[in-house]
Design a protein. Structure first.
Length: 532
């Protein structure tokens, strides 16, 4: 098989990774598909897709992600949110992993994170599974073939699912490990086949590195108006809140679906592909994403399929509700060829409210936007993390706490400064429940959400009549063309208004209790927003 291009001065051997069996560098999609099938890692699906399962773990393992506490990074890490690993434990872990890898075949992809050449991070991924190599080739950005002749990685990630960590020997929690050493520019992943750990490790790297350059790293999707990158919108939100679905609007140009930066030059995608949830995916609601599930080399993860016809079942969540597909950006017809946008004109904060309290859309002042950004209220969707089997209300600061290496105030201050400088309009959008909490109410109709977003992005919503929400103080439109007026008043959707009031008061108290830890770090305007 084709070895692919590689900088001869930067092979694995020159990095001190020796004793391996066959090493395959920068193979393209066809070779990786062939290898994965020959190795028995997956099955061929309709259209030449690759159908795979991830074994024991079908979601991320955030509690098993550790940061190595070297002197240069220790003062800057948010230790309340990141598990600590001592440098000597990491050294033993690395030596043990390299010993385990000896004689095995490995797949190397030299890629980068960041569509803006001025701020990109060159990353080398060394994977035990060929399909992981295909996955990361889709979701990160691919250098030109000629660039590989001089490619030198800034960081190297080694992913070896068959390696099991030893909590006593390696100073970790379980035999699953994601260990990040910023000084040695190494990330080690073991004990899990879940491919999402690869891309989120790169995101965590950028979340640590970019703020020092004045760049805001964001867990968000982004799009812009056709022919007008100045009219850029970003959509903050955790997995399952609708980032991918809502940014994949055929009337706008897709910049990216998950991770972006905001620099003095504008916004830019970190990635080169998408990792979309496929549960209940339909051609009517999400035609572009649906079409990718029969395109050559798309990785279809943890979906039940007919062994004879290879038809996948979008409703069968018996493996996990976190079923997904990974594909390159060019599979989306309206994707931006540059993955670059302007300074965001509209900032959408997506929340999946399992309490059924929040309205489908609300207009936020800059201070309220900071309050909701630092709060990061949403619901963890079933399957995204190990152990989550139904929507679970949570506060995930910056709408991405599992990936935040620095304290939340660092990111909050950056966002606050950029909103003030560029005058972005801010909106809170609830894609969760209405008419009652989870188990009683129903999910917010996606048709209504799209209509409200369209009105926000084209400017017509700003002209609507608004009322002040009695619970949170933000502004809620009274009427919007094409949207059931009753839906705009969440209390009216409940059969029992008093029950709604009690649920709303409970949520307000949860917000206040959660936000108390940020009060010493915020300015007076945000503090006022926090207390109503």
């Amino acid at each position: 098989m084709d070895q692919g291009r590689v900088n001869p001065q930067m092979t694995l051997e020159t990095q001190g990774i020796t004793g391996l069996g066959q090493v395959y560098y920068n193979q393209t999609e066809a070779d990786l598909m062939q290898t994965a099938l020959v190795n028995g890692e997956g099955s061929m699906g309709k259209g030449g897709t690759l159908l795979v399962t991830t074994g024991k773990y079908t979601g991320r393992s955030p509690k098993d992600k550790h940061v190595v506490a070297t002197p240069s990074v220790e003062p800057h890490i948010w230790w309340d949110n990141n598990a600590r690993m001592e440098p000597e434990n990491f050294d033993i872990l690395y030596a043990d992993m390299l010993e385990h890898m000896k004689g095995g075949s490995y797949y190397v992809q030299d890629l980068y994170g960041g569509a803006d050449p001025a701020h990109r991070l060159d990353v080398r991924l060394v994977t035990e599974l060929a399909w992981h190599s295909l996955f990361i080739r889709h979701v990160l950005r691919r250098p030109d073939r000629e660039e590989l002749d001089t490619f030198t990685p800034d960081f190297t990630i080694i992913n070896c699912p068959t390696f099991k960590a030893d909590p006593v020997r390696h100073g970790c929690r379980t035999d699953t490990i994601i260990a990040m050493n910023f000084d040695k520019k190494l990330i080690l992943i073991g004990g899990t086949e879940y491919a999402g750990e690869n891309k989120k490790s790169v995101f965590t790297l950028l979340n640590y590195l970019l703020p020092e350059k004045g760049i805001m790293p964001m867990h968000c999707s982004a799009n812009h108006a056709p022919g007008n990158p100045v009219d850029t919108a970003i959509f903050f939100g955790l997995s399952g809140t609708g980032k991918t679905t809502l940014s994949s609007d055929p009337a706008r140009v897709l910049i990216g679906d998950d991770e972006h930066g905001w620099s003095d030059r504008g916004s830019f995608n970190f990635e080169g592909g998408c990792y979309a949830k496929t549960i209940n995916l339909s051609p009517e609601a999400e035609p572009d994403i649906y079409a990718t599930t029969t395109m050559f080399s798309t990785v279809i993860e943890n979906m039940i399929f007919d062994p004879e016809t290879r038809e996948v079942d979008y409703t069968d969540d018996s493996l996990t509700a976190n079923m997904r597909c990974a594909y390159p950006m060019e599979f989306i017809s309206n994707a931006s060829p540059t993955a670059l946008g302007g300074h965001p004109k509209n900032i959408i904060m997506l929340t999946c409210d399992a309490f059924g309290v929040l309205p489908p859309i609300a207009r936020l002042t800059p201070a309220q936007a900071m309050y909701h950004f630092l709060s990061g209220f949403t619901s963890k969707v079933a399957g995204t993390e190990r152990g989550v089997t139904e929507p679970e209300p949570t506060f995930s600061t910056c709408f991405g706490a599992p990936f935040m290496a620095r304290r939340p105030e660092v990111y909050g201050k950056l966002l606050q400064e950029k909103i003030a400088k560029h005058g972005a309009s801010c909106w809170l959008v609830n894609t969760g429940w209405t008419g009652g909490a989870y188990g009683t109410g129903s999910r917010m109709p996606i048709k209504a959400t799209r209509a409200l977003l369209t009105a926000a992005l084209d400017g017509t919503l700003a002209e609507a009549t608004f009322r002040k929400d009695p619970n949170f103080g933000f502004e809620v439109p009274v009427t919007v063309e094409g949207v059931d007026t009753r839906l705009l008043d969440p209390r009216a959707t409940w059969g029992d208004g008093k029950a709604y009031d009690a649920q709303a008061q409970k949520l307000v108290e949860m917000f206040a209790e959660n936000f108390a830890k940020y009060v010493p770090y915020i300015d007076d305007d945000v503090r006022a927003a926090a207390i109503g």
